[in-house]
Design a protein around this ligand. Structure first.
Ligand SMILES: [Zn+2]
Length: 312
């Protein structure tokens, strides 16, 4: 039976090709910030004294406390020059600033403040980099924002959903555009859209609709005649081992377009190795699918710009 022939030959879920992470989908939407400690800084309570009392009282350094209780001090003029939101408006020079990040994250983040060589973050795990990137954006630590942006972009292949959300929440349209095809062809639309900032939701639905239209165009490829899998007027194994797996593959929806090689090569290679007719057909169909996908264009141009036009 047809069902038996296709069992186990369905498309691999696209998400299985990406890495999982402990970072939740809502991670980059969180906006908790610093707070001012009511108590004076406990200058001498730990063996590790990071702060010179004179500097703090002279108002030349600012004292911070991490979520795990470590103290840090930053030169005030450096913090003022190189960050945009690290110092709360109601801060006074005698108070300590409590930050919700751990000492590990703050140790790296604060290395970006000041006239010195800054870290390149080449060996950070994705989880650690994501935390540094979020803190950099939240406190507007400018040079850390730039470095994190480039490093996060590299993870777009492995963690497209989280990198896209990072880009959406922090205004990096070029990174969003790079990840958008991987995300639209791997995430469940109705679940994913809730994690996007509001202004992206309607454009994302539009983007998904464009991909759905592309899928229809690929399914109705003119070069595939209605009797493509019949030989001498009779249906043959070409249908069971080529036509049927491809249509079942495409039948899962836009997720099938995550990897067209999977549909037009992997699913049928057991058959196309020995059937020249089907091999030629699949090669040309795959090329057609790739060219249709190519024409979809970048999200920010095809979906966000029409949003702007509609509003004006
Ligand atoms: Zn064949």
């Amino acid at each position: 039976m047809g069902n038996q022939a296709s069992s186990g030959a369905g498309p691999t879920p696209a998400t299985s090709r990406y890495q999982s992470s402990t970072i939740p989908d809502s991670f980059f939407a969180v906006t908790s910030t610093s707070s001012i400690s009511e108590n004076p800084p406990p200058y001498n309570t730990t063996g590790q004294i990071l702060v010179n009392v004179t500097d703090v009282s002279n108002n030349t350094r600012i004292l911070f406390k991490s979520s795990d209780g470590e103290h840090f001090s930053v030169v005030r003029k450096d913090a003022e020059a190189h960050t945009g939101a690290l110092i709360p408006r109601n801060w006074n020079s005698r108070s300590m600033i409590d930050l919700p990040e751990t000492s590990t994250i703050l140790t790296t983040l604060f290395q970006f403040i000041g006239a010195r060589k800054h870290p390149k973050l080449l060996n950070e795990s994705f989880e650690s980099l994501a935390e540094i990137a979020r803190a950099a954006e939240k406190y507007r630590v400018y040079s850390a924002m730039n470095t994190c942006c480039e490093r996060m972009r590299v993870f777009g292949d492995r963690h497209p959903k989280l990198i896209l959300l990072y880009a959406a929440h922090n205004d990096y349209p070029h990174i969003f555009d790079e990840c958008a095809p991987r995300v639209v062809t791997s995430e469940r639309l109705e679940e994913f859209v809730a994690f996007l900032p509001e202004e992206f939701r309607l454009p994302w639905l539009r983007y998904h609709a464009i991909w759905s239209k592309a899928l229809t165009e690929i399914i109705s490829y003119q070069q595939v005649p209605s009797d493509a899998w019949a030989r001498d007027g009779r249906w043959c194994s070409c249908w069971a081992y080529c036509g049927q797996p491809i249509f079942q593959g495409l039948g899962v929806g836009v997720h099938s377009l995550n990897d067209v090689s999977h549909v037009f090569v992997e699913l049928v290679k057991g058959h196309t190795k020995s059937c020249k007719t089907c091999e030629t057909l699949c090669t040309s169909w795959k090329a057609h699918a790739s060219s249709v996908i190519e024409k979809i264009g970048a999200f920010s141009e095809t979906c966000m710009s029409s949003e702007v036009k509609a509003a004006t």
